[in-house]
Design a protein around this ligand. Sequence first.
Ligand SMILES: [Mg+2]
Length: 253
Amino acid sequence: MTSSRTIAAPPYRTIVFDCDSTLSRIEGIEELARELPQERSNEIQELTRAAMAGEIPLQDVYARRLEFIRPSAAAMAHVAGIYWDQRLPHGEHLIAALAFLGKDLRVVSGGLLPCVQPFAERLGFAADQIHAVPTRSDEQGAWLGFDEQSPLARAGGKLELLGDWHGEGDAPLALVGDGSTDLEAAPVCARFVAFMGVALRESVAQAADVVCHEQDMAALLPLLVSPEELQILEHQPEHAPLVARAQAILSKP
Ligand SMILES: [Mg+2]
């Protein structure tokens, strides 16, 4: 965290979500690795864990994992479906409510774009709001590689992207994520919410402004909008159930 960082309560103009272990319970790369021999698959799982815990730089493991897996276009489309099946409850309702409030919504993921994009679009994000690592396939759908220039394939990449948006104006930005690459971007965020509803990462939780342990996206609503914005949503028949759900979670013993 830099000393110049401004932590601020809602409202926010821009709200950014991580994908893996945040909007969905899975880590896409692990799903892609399932068809590999067990030993290779375990190795990839361990690399992912170490990268997310901040023990190894992301760029060191990124190319290595994909060179083992070489996912086909069909395999990536399949994982897009698993993201959706394993999405957290009320994700699409949260996105709809935030869109209604006029938020600039983004998904920023170190995952592969052909996996992340169809899922995020189903959740309600527009194509230009979805940022992940582009890939190349041949006409038969065989793997040709990924965009090695993508900032999201390296450590510090989320900070770079979010820093650019932040630089566009001084409007406050909130980020929801579970990993160390999310935490890296915290210096340009008015609020960093550690989403620990899927994976509990102590190092991320301890450094976060706010921690969410609920396995329900509705619980994020009061952390991302102001009391005034909550009231606006409460008066919308379409969004009132989400507000009620958030309040029920908050008031449970
Ligand atoms: Mg994640």
